[in-house]
Ligand binder design. Structure first.
Ligand code: ZN
Length: 272
């Protein structure tokens, strides 16, 4: 027990364990909000979710509401939520590839949604179109021209957003900053390749990963902590589990800081 990372004097983990709050900034680059008909979420509504995040030391988050992802409402509603939390909330504009006119309309609003809209979100596995389908081209070109982040839902061996498709698209659009949600979970060879065979435009988003023993260490060993960013998928996963997973990984405290905030500041600036 004496050798536990949580009791190492002065460590990030010890402070976090003692205070229940990080004393460095945390940027959660992947969260949601809303309800789901098949699962109970304790902190699903925006107010409780944000209170919970603030209590643990999250300084800012980028979200897209479940209802925007699933087509219950348009991205304008997410923008209105951002206006209620201007110091804390930023948004990804959800791309619904089966509604091309809607995509054009919404991207025409992108600048009006500044500074809250920071990038796009694509969910090929939800919307049942592979990311290399021409239906995504308009949005991906838009993001590429502007060098925007695109948060991509991915999952290993998916016919829509599995490893080979993600690698192809990340190579095709070199100026997009690809945030690879769930790290192409399960197709780990492509998790490595998407970082090592692309021109520095890919970051691995840790959603789903902190519960995996030694996975963070493995990602950092070949990608470098400069290519890993923090996200929880809240309310699916909790901040405490996710931050705890990073702070207890066998990586350096510099690596932890890169993951929790420095990389995002390099991409978006200190006051994004
Ligand atoms: Zn998500």
């Amino acid at each position: 027990m004496n050798d536990s990372i949580w009791t190492r004097p002065g460590s990030l983990a010890e402070k976090f364990w003692r205070d229940g709050k990080a004393d460095i900034p945390i940027y959660d680059m992947h969260c949601h909000g809303g309800t789901n008909s098949s699962i109970y979420f304790k902190n699903g509504d925006m107010e409780s979710m944000i209170q919970h995040m603030r209590s643990i030391g999250v300084r800012r988050t980028a979200f897209c509401h479940f209802y925007a992802q699933l087509g219950n409402w348009r991205n304008e509603e997410d923008y209105k939520i951002c206006l209620r939390y201007p110091d804390f909330l930023r948004m990804y504009v959800v791309i619904s590839p089966k509604f091309p006119e809607q995509v054009k309309e919404e991207l025409a609003s992108f600048d009006r949604w500044a500074p809250y809209a920071i990038g796009l979100k694509v969910l090929p596995d939800y919307h049942l179109l592979p990311l290399n389908d021409p239906a995504y081209e308009y949005a991906l070109k838009f993001a590429d021209e502007r060098g925007l982040p695109v948060l991509c839902h991915t999952w290993g061996f998916s016919q829509y957003d599995g490893g080979a498709i993600m690698l192809e698209v990340a190579q095709k659009y070199p100026r997009i900053r690809f945030f690879i949600a769930h790290c192409i979970y399960g197709e780990w060879e492509y998790t490595r390749r998407i970082v090592t065979e692309t021109p520095g435009n890919v970051w691995l988003d840790l959603t789903c990963i902190p519960g995996e023993r030694n996975r963070i260490e493995e990602l950092v060993s070949y990608a470098g902590s400069e290519r890993v960013i923090f996200g929880t998928d809240l309310p699916w996963f909790d901040e405490y589990q996710a931050v705890g997973g990073v702070l207890s990984a066998k990586i350096s405290e510099d690596d932890m800081k890169n993951i929790l905030y420095r990389n995002v500041e390099k991409i978006l600036g200190e006051n994004w």
